[in-house]
Design a protein around this ligand. Sequence first.
Ligand SMILES: *Cc1c(COP(=O)(O)O)cnc(C)c1O
Length: 373
Amino acid sequence: MSRATGAVINLSALRHNLQRVRELAPQARIMAVVKANAYGHGIVPVARALSAADAFAVACLEEALEIRHAGLAHPIVLLEGVFSAVELEEAAHNGCEVVVHDAGQLALLEGSRLQHTLSVWLKVNSGMHRLGFPPSQTRGLWERLGKARAVRSPVRLMTHLACADETANPRTRLQLEIFAAATAGIHTERSIANSAGILAWPDSHADWVRPGILLYGVSPFTGRCGAQEGLVPAMTMSTTLISVQQVSKGEAVGYGGAWVAPEDMYIGIAAIGYGDGYPRHAPNGTPVLVNGLRASLAGRVSMDMIAVDLRGLPHTQVGDSVVLWGPELPVEEIARAAGTIPYELLCGVTQRVKFGVVEENTISARSAAGAHG
Ligand SMILES: *Cc1c(COP(=O)(O)O)cnc(C)c1O
């Protein structure tokens, strides 16, 4: 036996969540966002499970090549575009589509004498002020790009929403209006919506949606969780207890003695810590599941271990299962406790964690069906 700390990825959950996106945006095609190693889930198994998607989207060429080398022939969009002429050549050669968001990338495309042409997404800055050209330049740039030899026509249009997860925030409506005005009369496909746009802003669906976090079964909205959106969390992060300690009232547990036993009791030590990607800022009281029952964190998260308050769980012993997040314990809840977002927790699972996949997780599929209906 080795250290049991592992992340199991439920492939049927990924497929279910993709289907859920189809229901939510039935008119749109789906660009499945699998950047950052598929939000920490493993890019190759995730892309294979999501092969019903119409395209994939990643942050960089290296990520795209992992998908290609796994034998998948889908279009792959580079959301940040390319960083050099060499990359442009390689992107085209590997059937990637590139976002063009600045003058340097425009010059690369216009100066290129590629053997293969490639598809391009012109990125418009409709108000997020992260990437993209000013809305007023849209028409002119779209025409210029359409004339570049390396570029396959028609050039498509993209923008990104800054506040779509805040359903009452007027900025999203404003961004949609700015994008609509900037692109009016241009005959081509458009893409606007991330996960929050798909759920909360039907007007943002356009021709292509770009779900990321939804595919992994997680809600983009603070205060909600995936099951409430009809999703099934794809990752279960778990480990086992490697020690059970008897502590007396007044004894302090862990680094800094940050937790003091309020009575004579048992503490379980679980083999997971920030070296595995469990958040060090998770405070006392953060929930964990021990043998499927709720227990709570006691004291500071160490690199390799956490301590768990075992009061109310009398028959616990070394080897018992500890779940840190999964269908029965939403990662959203852990993120909130630790002052972060689920995206960061999922992306932050480290190399040391053993990854496995399962085809089906019947318990969670049932609970999602319940949440759905
Ligand atoms: C990451 C990303 C997405 C996906 O965002 P989610 O909130 O995970 O759905 C979509 N579009 C762009 C441009 C992105 O960078």
